[in-house]
Design a protein around this ligand. Structure first.
Ligand SMILES: [Zn+2]
Length: 353
């Protein structure tokens, strides 16, 4: 069976297949995080390498090349991702600790960037002749995680394209990429699905309340699906339930949420506050429909200007959320500010860190 892409990508998929034979050596796929861009790009690379593609150009799913793709072992295909985003079993840090028998606590944190050594390590692959006739493809995901030196090393390859090598950059935030790189890529925009399409797809995946899941992720279906893994929903209920409670105790809540990821907490607070503003100004909420009554009640007691000021403060905290000096104090401060907001006493403070 030929490969297929997510239903919301049908149009760009047909368009790109139509010009398979004339695609440039550098492509930049951009679109919202969590909509399935990497899957699209993998299937495109597979279709370019396929030995007997379908009539529309999609990979057959059965030839030797396609079987290699299915096993993630195609000799002409490489993917570069920051170590922190790779599946756990391929992270070298994990292997090291397992082999040495050391506890994992002291190990190096996996990098959140694509590092220059990793781009340089590609050079041998780039210089090799393609193993099969489809040419070689290298994918950078997400491309904005290329650190400045890595981006420079890539730029050299984009400026003097090596033979039969294709570079596919995938980005959630193309504005973070150097203009020198963007200008050498042809851009392909991948769309966020319509709500109905995304809901239908999530329902088929067995998600009980697709609308609520999609509201958490701005209609990004794969991100919405991923929420069902792990602690997302129970943690969200703990936090939002306390924010909604008639008596709010900032320090008790800070203690309760001590183990929650700080970035996730800040995101929930931002969306909660956005909903307060929205309830206040247009009488409806966007992200937390399951807490609409509580949000409306709280918004009714607050001044719009105060909510807006607290929201701006939360947005400012975004800058340091990945590296607060003290995560516990950082979260405490966010919640103490919220308590002050409820008392009508919030004044913008210095950044918590
Ligand atoms: Zn094939």
């Amino acid at each position: 069976m030929p490969v297929t892409v997510y239903p919301w990508f049908q149009q760009p998929w047909q368009e790109v297949l139509e010009r398979k034979s004339t695609l440039p050596h550098a492509l930049l796929f951009r679109g919202k995080e969590g909509i399935g861009k990497l899957d699209f790009v993998r299937k495109l690379a597979q279709s370019l390498a396929c030995e007997s593609p379908a009539a529309d150009g999609a990979a057959c799913g059965a030839c030797q090349s396609c079987r290699w793709f299915a096993a993630s072992s195609h000799p002409d295909y490489r993917e570069l991702q920051p170590e922190a985003l790779r599946p756990a079993e391929s992270q070298s840090g994990e292997l090291d600790s397992a082999e040495s028998g050391q506890p994992s606590a002291g190990k190096r944190k996996p990098s959140k960037e694509i590092r220059v050594e990793e781009v340089r390590d590609l050079q041998d692959f780039i210089n090799l002749t393609a193993y099969r006739r489809g040419g070689k493809t290298i994918v950078f995901y997400p491309a904005e995680t290329l650190n400045p030196n890595a981006a420079n090393a890539l730029l050299k390859n984009l400026e003097e394209p090596p033979p039969s090598t294709r570079f596919m950059l995938v980005s959630h935030r193309p504005s973070y990429l150097p203009a020198t790189i963007i200008s050498r890529c042809q851009q392909i925009a991948l769309p966020t699905p319509q709500a109905a399409t995304a809901e239908q797809w999530l329902r088929e995946q067995g998600i009980a309340n697709p609308a609520l899941s999609l509201a958490q992720t701005g209609n990004a279906p794969l991100a919405a699906l991923a929420l069902d893994d792990g602690e997302f929903w129970t943690q969200r209920k703990t936090l939002l339930g306390s924010l909604a409670a008639p008596k709010f105790d900032a320090l008790a809540l800070a203690e309760q949420v001590r183990e929650f990821p700080v970035g996730r907490l800040l995101g929930w607070l931002q969306r909660w506050t956005y909903d307060l503003l929205s309830a206040k100004s247009v009488g409806r909420v966007r992200y937390n429909p399951d807490f609409e009554t509580a949000l409306s009640g709280i918004a009714g007691r607050l001044r719009a200007a105060d909510i807006a000021r607290y929201h701006r403060q939360l947005v400012r905290q975004q800058r340091i959320v990945n590296h607060p000096l003290n995560a516990r104090l950082f979260v405490e401060q966010l919640l103490l500010w919220y308590a002050a907001l409820l008392r009508g006493e919030f004044v913008a403070g210095v950044d918590a860190g």
